[in-house]
Design a protein around this ligand. Structure first.
Ligand code: ADP
Ligand code: MG
Length: 454
């Protein structure tokens, strides 16, 4: 019945939202007409309660009329009723075959056919613009494309934030290898890997699936972080991985974090992932953004003045995909109306995008949201109270102020009851340190940040 509720919720809220918030729920005890659901952190509990609380009660009541109340609680570590429950979709079809997981292909042909890899032909080494933040990853990728399975480069683990070129580099490796001769390359997202695996289980063709996987020369799995919490699929990937590496084949993996930071992946898998070459792609610099824009503008054949490129590189700093999107729109506009690209036209055409990037969080806003979440008074953000229950949220607010605003340390200090800049500095490093050590705390802070940013 829980699985039924999960699949209903997923249908209602969509895959992304479901995965972000609802897969974190674990089933707690049932007591009379009340069921307890457990969340790993307070923040998640509050969020799930406010956004999905009513719907959860309704659904439970529909599925099990005996349940009249749904209680949301924070799971305590060691709570026997709160295993790190894998409510992830993957376990559903295996444990309860009657429930359909929509995304998994129902029939087998996709699995039976060869592991066809469709590489995006736009993503080649030629079109990849190299700069300080990505030169190391680029060099490693080139090296692997030239000489797969070299000692020290297997596996190649690429990591970095969204839209910084991981997928691009993987496709470039694939394109190069395919071109160079009879090398079989399989590229797929971790998500696809999982769905294929599930489909293979369903159609009882896991042997074939495994054989296919193990017959390729180069296996590339993109966005491995997707496998966090998907224990069965991780297990399968781990075996495939070992079989391939033992047979001298090349593995390339990408993720949003380094192997050691991918908590939630099995230790032995993380260890093996970190055994070859680990290369990170850093956030873009202004110079790199300009080079990328120049290269893409040149390829488009539309003249884009340097002023406009600089303006874009200043405004859109988050990732290359957005930068590219903005430029493409400008170019499309220029082509459509046959007008030259000017700074004024740019501001006009990209009005909405630029506005979104203008949005800046204020320190006051941060203080308010943090105080609310940790249940302290807003005035305590500036008070002299040192009790941990007050001091910790205050430190978190300072940390977020440093991360999300462009204020200097002394400026931030002033907003927190005229504290010294060294106090702010201490708070920032203290919170960072705690986040390293305590994943639940880190998650709280990260979610808080995402809320403030959106
Ligand atoms: P990720 O997989 O890291 O999220 P992608 O590889 O999908 O990012 O890159 C997002 C977009 O930005 C793609 O269109 C890609 O071609 C482009 N891109 C990213 N980095 C570069 C670069 N250094 N040079 C040229 N294009 C880039
Ligand atoms: Mg990608």
């Amino acid at each position: 019945s829980w699985l039924q509720i999960c699949s209903r919720l997923k249908g209602e809220v969509g895959e992304v939202e479901y995965r972000t918030w609802l897969t974190k729920i674990a089933l707690g005890p049932v007591d009379g007409d009340e069921i307890t659901l457990l969340l790993p952190t307070r923040f998640l509990r509050d969020w799930v309660r406010s956004q999905y609380g009513d719907r959860l009660s309704e659904l439970w009541n529909q599925v099990l009329p005996a349940i009249r109340r749904v209680e949301l609680q924070v799971a305590r570590p060691g709570d026997p009723a709160a295993p790190p429950l894998a409510l992830a979709t993957e376990d559903a079809p295996v444990a309860a075959p009657s429930i359909e997981v929509e995304e998994a292909p129902r029939s087998a042909p996709e699995v039976r056919s060869d592991l066809v890899t469709t590489l995006d032909t736009r993503f080649t080494f030629d079109t990849f613009v190299v700069g300080k933040p990505n030169e190391f990853a680029y060099a490693c990728a080139r090296r692997v494309a030239e000489k797969p399975s070299s000692v020290g480069f297997n596996p190649l683990f690429l990591y970095g934030g969204v839209g910084l070129g991981k997928t691009h580099l993987m496709h470039a490796i694939g394109a190069e290898l395919v071109q160079s001769g009879n090398v079989s390359v399989a590229y797929m997202s971790a998500e696809k890997f999982m769905y294929r695996f599930i489909a293979a289980i369903r159609s009882q063709s896991t042997m074939e699936f495994k054989e296919q996987l193990r017959s390729v020369d180069v296996l590339m799995i993109d966005d491995l972080q997707f496998l966090i919490g998907k224990d069965n699929t991780q297990e399968e990937f781990f075996h495939t991985f070992n079989a391939l590496v033992d047979a001298g084949r090349q593995i390339v993996v990408s993720a949003d974090k380094s192997p050691s930071d991918l908590s939630g992946l099995e230790d032995r898998l993380r260890t093996r992932l970190g055994c070859g070459m680990v290369a990170d792609i850093h956030a873009t610099t202004f110079e790199l953004r300009i080079s990328i824009l120049e290269s893409k503008a040149a390829a488009s054949g539309v003249v884009v003045p340097g002023k406009v490129l600089e303006f874009l590189a200043h405004k859109i700093t988050s990732n290359v995909r957005e930068l590219e999107g903005a430029l493409n729109r400008l170019i499309a506009h220029a082509n459509l109306f046959g007008r030259p690209v000017t700074l004024e036209a740019t501001q006009d055409v990209l009005h909405d995008i630029l506005k979104a990037h203008d949005r800046r969080v204020t320190i006051e806003e941060i203080q308010k949201r943090v105080a609310e979440h940790w249940n302290i008074r807003l005035t305590d953000m500036s008070s002299a109270r040192r009790a941990r229950a007050v001091a910790r949220p205050r430190q978190v607010a300072m940390y977020l102020a440093k991360q999300l605003t462009s204020r200097s340390l002394p400026e931030i200090g002033r907003k927190f009851g005229n504290r010294d800049h060294t106090t702010v500095m201490h708070a920032v490093s203290r919170v960072a340190e705690l986040m390293e050590r305590d994943p639940a705390f880190a998650e709280d802070v990260e979610l808080m940040r995402r809320m403030l940013e959106s």
